[in-house]
Ligand binder design. Structure first.
Ligand SMILES: CC(C)(COP(=O)(O)OP(=O)(O)OC[C@H]1O[C@@H](n2cnc3c(N)ncnc32)[C@H](O)[C@@H]1OP(=O)(O)O)[C@@H](O)C(=O)NCCC(=O)NCCS
Length: 200
């Protein structure tokens, strides 16, 4: 598979973002199969019910409306020193390339952006990576014609709920006992894009 791309415009996006811990140079790009080992290292430390490797492969290769992304820190304290041109033959981070500090996935379901995963490496949290991922997803979704965005979060996940509220999401429903590990409820959150382009 080339470049992990499914859609025709899954091109590389290069952006600077700034987090609370000082300026952080971040690059957003489509997730590739070769990224999955790095992504899994973060995934298993972040969730009690982590996605599997196969789940990420499916998102990249099999689900045409899925848009999995990674955020890399370029030349920063979480990154590997060197130029921002990482990428081994398998598409994974090369020695000397940037490090994956977060990733996200969303589904383009007609005019709805359904966000299925937003995760930041524990070492890189509270530095604006989560905001960067959300902002770029929502900008992309709006550009592609989405009128609303939805997601689910554990009721107890204060950090995630606060992140989403900051982007205008509010709770609209509760899925009782949604998470099989502890029977916790899921909060369904919704954000409607304002017609004037405000928000993102
Ligand atoms: C939720 C998560 C993605 C936030 O990523 P992050 O890079 O640390 O977030 P940012 O630094 O961009 O912070 C953005 C906002 O999120 C909220 N936030 C982040 N961490 C928080 C915490 N520990 N407590 C409270 N609010 C928090 C704040 O509103 C913050 O805005 P502020 O800095 O203006 O206060 C990250 O904590 C994470 O990966 N958690 C584990 C995986 C997870 O739960 N994902 C969401 C699944 S629904």
């Amino acid at each position: 598979m080339s470049e992990g791309a499914v859609g025709p415009d899954r091109g590389k996006i290069e952006i600077f973002a700034y987090g609370g811990g000082g300026p952080m140079r971040l690059r957003l790009r489509p997730m590739r199969v070769g990224d999955i080992p790095e992504v899994m290292k973060i995934e298993v430390r972040s969730f009690s019910l982590p996605w599997t490797e196969d789940a990420f492969v499916r998102e990249i290769e099999k689900i045409p409306f899925s848009r999995p992304l990674v955020a890399e820190e370029v030349g920063g304290r979480n990154g590997r020193a060197g130029p921002a041109v990482g990428g081994s033959a398998t598409g994974g981070p090369a020695a000397g390339g940037p490090a994956i500090v977060g990733y996200a996935c969303w589904w383009e379901v007609k005019d709805e952006c359904h966000i299925t995963n937003v995760t930041v490496s524990p070492e890189a949290r509270r530095r604006g990576v989560g905001k960067f991922l959300m902002r770029e997803i929502l900008k992309d979704a709006r550009r592609r014609g989405a009128v609303r965005a939805t997601l689910e979060a554990r009721n107890s996940n204060g950090a995630a709920v606060s992140l989403y509220e900051g982007f205008g999401f509010s709770p609209v429903a509760m899925r009782k006992g949604y998470y099989p590990d502890n029977g916790e409820d899921a909060l369904v959150m919704l954000m409607e894009f304002s017609p004037d382009g405000g928000g993102v």
